[in-house]
Ligand binder design. Structure first.
Ligand code: UDP
Length: 331
């Protein structure tokens, strides 16, 4: 299959980037990956070509955009740990905001006017709402969320003067792994809930810590909207198609989530059930920067992208992640 369009996936060696690359290729796009491999994995690169480079290297990016005749950029490269962003905020503004400005400048120089951007539910912060819809005021509670919101603002303000068409996808909690086991979640150090629980279930960790049991939620632990990474990948394909089809510049921000929330305790129970392993759980104080509840209103993406999650029930997410991790640990 060949649709003739060239996509530059920045951060294509990472968790969501590698799944999205697979989905873009399956949809017939030519994919060039650009990654600095600071956190990505070479064996998770599925693009037709791979370029090693820094996001802040404007000259190199300009050259890659021109040489490969790129039609649309999909930009994942960022620091992503909300907790760490409270400890070292400037690192987040440098990597996520300043470096992205270099990318946008390179796109201007190379005359590439379409971008799909990895944003986050963290732009909403703590809202007293059951579901978070895109019309709510943005009130991030950590520098990670601020950094993503700043980029959304840059994209929005670039539409009229520079003719940029951009779509910001506000992810909820990316999780799971490729159902065929080709790629999965591998962070080092790992800070994310489901991989940490699986490591505990595999005996690679002595115990698991629940951060906060006194939130204003039914069981006192934080609630998140866990979305299967393969569903996220399909959302990106739909967003790329939409951006490429737009004849007018403009900015759109939309959630990619399921509309259903699960507490940390529910996820702990699901991992114990799926793995058949009973590991020790320690109840700990809250982690700084964690909103109590983040659950998507998923209507806008359904309307604009004709996209909705199909593989994101918690059991399937945990089973796919468990298969990926236990396969690796056995291999
Ligand atoms: N969490 C936890 N223990 C851990 C890691 C995470 O209790 O060791 C909780 C965290 O406080 C949050 C949820 O799990 O409420 C999801 O955290 P994660 O870091 O996976 O994603 P985030 O929501 O921060 O993007």
């Amino acid at each position: 299959m060949q649709n003739g369009k060239n996509i530059l996936v920045i951060g294509g060696a990472g968790f969501i980037g590698s799944h999205t690359t697979l989905a873009l290729k399956e949809a017939g796009f030519n994919v060039v990956i650009y990654d600095n491999f600071s956190t990505g994995h070479r064996d998770a690169c599925f693009g037709h070509e791979v370029v090693t480079g820094e996001l802040a290297d404007q000259a190199k990016l300009t050259q890659v955009l021109k040489t490969h005749d790129i039609d649309c950029v999909v930009h994942f490269a960022a620091l992503i740990e909300a907790g760490q962003s409270v400890i070292d905020p400037f690192a987040f503004y440098e990597n996520n905001v300043a470096a992205t400005l270099f990318l946008l400048q390179a796109m201007r120089t190379a005359d590439v006017a379409k971008i799909v951007f990895s944003s986050t539910a963290a732009v909403y912060g703590n809202q007293d709402m059951d579901l978070l819809s895109e019309g709510l005021p943005n009130e991030p509670v950590n520098p990670y969320g601020h950094s993503k919101l700043m980029v959304e603002t840059m994209l929005q303000t670039a539409a009229a003067p520079y003719g940029l068409t951009s779509i910001a996808l506000r992810y909820f909690n990316a999780s799971g792994a490729d159902p065929e086991g080709r790629t999965g979640e591998r962070h080092d150090p790992e800070t994310h809930l489901i991989p940490l629980l699986i490591q505990a279930a595999l005996g690679q960790r002595d115990h698991f810590k629940i951060f906060g049991t006194d939130y204003d939620t039914p069981d006192g632990t934080c609630i998140r909207d866990y979305i299967h990474v393969s569903d996220l990948a399909q959302g990106h394909v739909a967003a790329v198609n939409r951006a490429l089809g737009q004849s007018q510049p403009g900015f759109e921000g939309m959630n990619l989530g399921t509309g259903t929330g699960h507490s940390v305790r529910e996820v702990v129970d699901t991992v114990k059930r799926v793995s058949g392993s009973d590991f020790r759980v320690e109840l700990c104080p809250r982690r700084a920067g964690d909103p109590a509840k983040l659950v998507a209103d998923a209507c806008r993406a359904k309307e604009l992208l004709d996209w909705e999650a199909t593989r994101s029930d918690l059991e399937t997410i945990v089973k796919d992640a468990w298969r990926f991790f236990s396969g690796r640990s056995a291999g």
